[in-house]
Design a protein around this ligand. Structure first.
Ligand code: GN1
Ligand code: MG
Length: 361
């Protein structure tokens, strides 16, 4: 960990560095907890930014600065207490920026939020709070005065993700196409319907808003009482359809199994979580949502397992070049689990539609 110590030394942190150890379960960046020795000095989180994926680090860090400053301002105006636990704070490096390039990798450091917890699964009560929090996150950012850059162009564009999959199939780089034909067929059957957001966008019926775009349950910090403190992992905050945040939370939060569960019987869509989250989300976001956005929330619930299925499968076909994997079939196992989740979402669609209508009464 000597190099990590050296990296930290380029940032203006308080206290002296003790232990540095891996943190969290992200699939893209490398994350470490930096403990300081002094009891009164804060601890920190050190991250190596995955530069192959986030190619414009300057834009990335600018977006994050805009977003965190805007949220901080709102929290201050609302007279909130405990603001440092409610919005991320990045530490300046000796070059005056919030990141440091060591000639090979880009690094950044943020304050570690004390007495906070992340979860891989949530109960209905926590989901309700999460719904309010993501609705509120979007509401707070609705009037951000700048236009944020697209840190990953076409990130949640379904047409683009299908194009990438079709290109992967045409190249067949890892020779894996034949064994996944069943999933390719199932994906193509739904392709037209699943690209509906892009079509509505072009027709001017659906706006883009500032979204988080990675609202996995584990990207949220909860306090001791299960209340949401803040949303983390802000790399993908960018303009998108609101479906991104609503759909990606349910993809992870309402899955009764794991994202990469090998036992497909464990993978189902949990309607209790759906209901609690949707109720909270509508409370947090009703001030700006349009009828078309609300009407298409069940579509969003299906879109994200579908999109993730497409992305995991494309990566499997390409020979695992994007996501971190733990074993050779990992991306295929993930694809199968996301497809099972999609089927369960599809089976629950009429019930979702009815519940949303109830909420609006
Ligand atoms: C990645 O970094 P992490 O694990 O929070 C990915 C998301 C996927 C997710 C699947 C930049 O998020 O889009 O939904 O894995 N982030 C990027 O678990 O591609
Ligand atoms: Mg994450």
């Amino acid at each position: 960990m000597k190099n990590l110590q050296e990296t930290v030394s380029h940032f203006h942190i308080q206290g002296s560095v003790g232990e540095i150890k891996p943190l969290g379960s992200g699939l893209i960046n490398d994350t470490y907890k930096v403990n300081t020795i002094e009891a009164d000095a804060p601890d920190y989180v050190l991250q190596r930014i995955n530069h192959a994926i986030f190619q414009n680090v300057e834009m990335l860090q600018n977006n994050i600065a805009e977003v965190t400053q805007h949220i901080r301002k709102k929290l201050t105006e609302q007279g909130e207490s405990d603001i440092d636990r409610k919005v991320l704070q990045f530490i300046e490096a000796e070059n005056g920026k919030t990141y440091w390039f060591d000639g090979d990798s880009y690094w950044r450091i943020m304050s570690f939020i004390p007495r906070a917890q992340t979860y891989e699964t949530v109960n209905p009560e926590y989901s309700y709070y999460a719904g309010v929090a993501f609705g509120d996150f979007q509401a707070k950012l609705a009037d951000i005065p700048t236009t944020l850059g697209e840190t990953i162009p076409d990130f949640h564009n379904m047409e683009f993700r299908l194009k990438q999959l079709r290109e992967a199939v045409a190249n067949n780089a890892a020779g894996r196409v034949a064994e996944v034909q069943y999933f390719l067929d199932e994906i193509e059957k739904r392709a037209e319907e699943m690209c509906k957001a892009e079509r509505m966008g072009r027709e001017g019926k659906l706006p883009k808003r500032v979204c988080h775009c990675d609202t996995k349950v584990n990207n949220m910090m909860f306090d001791e009482d299960g209340k949401v403190l803040c949303v983390i992992d802000l790399d993908t905050v960018m303009p998108s359809f609101i479906f991104s945040d609503y759909g990606d939370f349910l993809r992870t939060g309402a899955n009764t199994g794991d994202e990469d569960d090998k036992d497909l019987d464990r993978v189902n869509f949990n309607m209790e979580i759906f209901k609690a989250f949707t109720k909270g989300y509508l409370e947090g976001a009703h001030s700006f949502l349009t009828p078309i956005e609300i009407e298409n929330l069940p579509y969003a619930a299906a879109l994200f397992p579908y999109m993730q299925c497409v992305r995991f499968l494309a990566d499997y076909i390409n020979g695992d070049t994007y996501y971190k994997i733990k074993y050779p079939e990992h991306n295929l196992v993930r694809t199968k689990a996301q497809f099972k989740l999609l089927q369960s979402v599809e089976a629950h669609t009429p019930e979702m539609v009815a519940f949303i209508q109830e909420c609006l009464k």
